[in-house]
Design a protein around this ligand. Structure first.
Ligand code: SF4
Ligand code: SF4
Length: 320
């Protein structure tokens, strides 16, 4: 049995919507078969108003055990560090989160905003948003780089915009059944079981990628989306093409470019105009970002693009 409290900060509720669609296991199975007891959730919790305040006070006082604190959305620290832009139960939400994290068995951040700051933290970041233990790639975030929950782990990050529902439900099962110690996390605190392979693993466009056959947005089965419309599948660690969404499909299977939402740099290029759904290039033809583990020059050589380069000098300029 594991008592779960789920709170939302700077959130759109997208991760809640995703979670409710979990299939292996479903939310009902979490409760009925795996002993997950949801103390409260903003969308499905029965308590309202002061009842929620009292519940959180009782958790902090040690009268109610909370095994897992799930947080969705960014931690809002604005304006000027006060956190009053996100008031909840008569206090800044960030103050609740600080005290609840201190007594939680485990803390799980769900979605890109809670993990790394996500879209709310894009400059100029008017809400002073940050992630629970990271701000983008920088470790620290709201709880600080040294935070470790009572269960002995730092914040477990399940990024995504939204996170895949089964990534969430399976991590909750691992904690509830005492198996979370078997789950290794990477440098960005992501469970390696879901975030080691790249999105490209399992993408039906892989042969088009290898053969440099360019596809187009929404043109199903016609080519790879890396070359023009900015697919980040080769440099984004996530299992979207292994554990399909709704057990049916994925972005790249529907010929929608991967946006790289499970990487701490998301949204990439800070959403500058013209950077979304577009492959950023030097000199108009050299991709600024190449598949993970490739040098730009090595990638270009492999791609056979060298033969169309105007001059060697131009290549060297492009790689500066
Ligand atoms: S770049 Fe994108 S569309 Fe192309 S093979 Fe990789 S994941 Fe699939
Ligand atoms: S395909 Fe890419 S953008 Fe879509 S959910 Fe997976 S990691 Fe995120």
């Amino acid at each position: 049995m594991a008592n779960v409290l789920w709170l939302q900060g700077g959130a759109c509720s997208g991760n809640t919507m995703s979670f409710l669609n979990a299939q292996e296991p479903t939310v009902v199975e979490l409760v009925v078969d795996f002993g997950v007891n949801i103390l409260w959730h903003p969308s499905i919790g029965m308590e309202i108003g002061h009842q929620v305040t009292h519940l959180m006070q009782d958790i902090i006082a040690g009268k109610v055990q909370m095994d897992i604190l799930v947080f969705e959305g960014s931690i809002i620290e604005g304006p000027n560090g006060t956190g009053t832009m996100n008031y909840f139960c008569e206090r800044p939400m960030k103050d609740w989160v600080k005290e609840l994290s201190a007594v939680a068995g485990f803390v799980v951040a769900i979605g890109d905003c809670a993990t790394y700051g996500g879209i709310p933290a894009v400059a100029p970041n008017p809400s002073e948003s940050t992630g629970m233990q990271f701000l983008k790639k920088q470790k620290g975030g709201f709880l600080g780089a040294d935070f470790v929950s009572k269960g002995g782990l730092p914040v477990i990050n399940i990024p995504g915009c939204p996170a895949h529902p089964d990534w969430i439900s399976q991590i909750l099962v691992a904690i509830a059944t005492g198996r979370i110690g078997d789950v290794k996390i990477d440098d960005f605190h992501r469970p390696q079981t879901f975030f080691t392979d790249f999105v490209q693993t399992g993408c039906p466009n892989v042969s088009n990628f290898a053969q440099k056959i360019d596809g187009g947005f929404g043109k199903r089965g016609n080519g790879c989306l890396f070359y023009e419309v900015g697919c980040r599948g080769p440099m984004t660690r996530a299992s979207c093409n292994r554990i399909l969404w709704n057990r049916t499909s994925s972005k790249t299977r529907a010929n929608h470019p991967c946006l790289g939402c499970t990487e701490p740099g998301f949204p990439h290029n800070d959403l500058v105009k013209g950077s979304v759904f577009k492959t950023m290039k030097y000199l108009g033809f050299i991709p600024k970002e190449v598949p993970h583990g490739e040098s730009k020059i090595g990638y270009m050589m492999k791609a056979g693009v060298a033969k169309i380069l105007p001059t060697n000098h131009a290549v060297m300029e492009g790689n500066k």
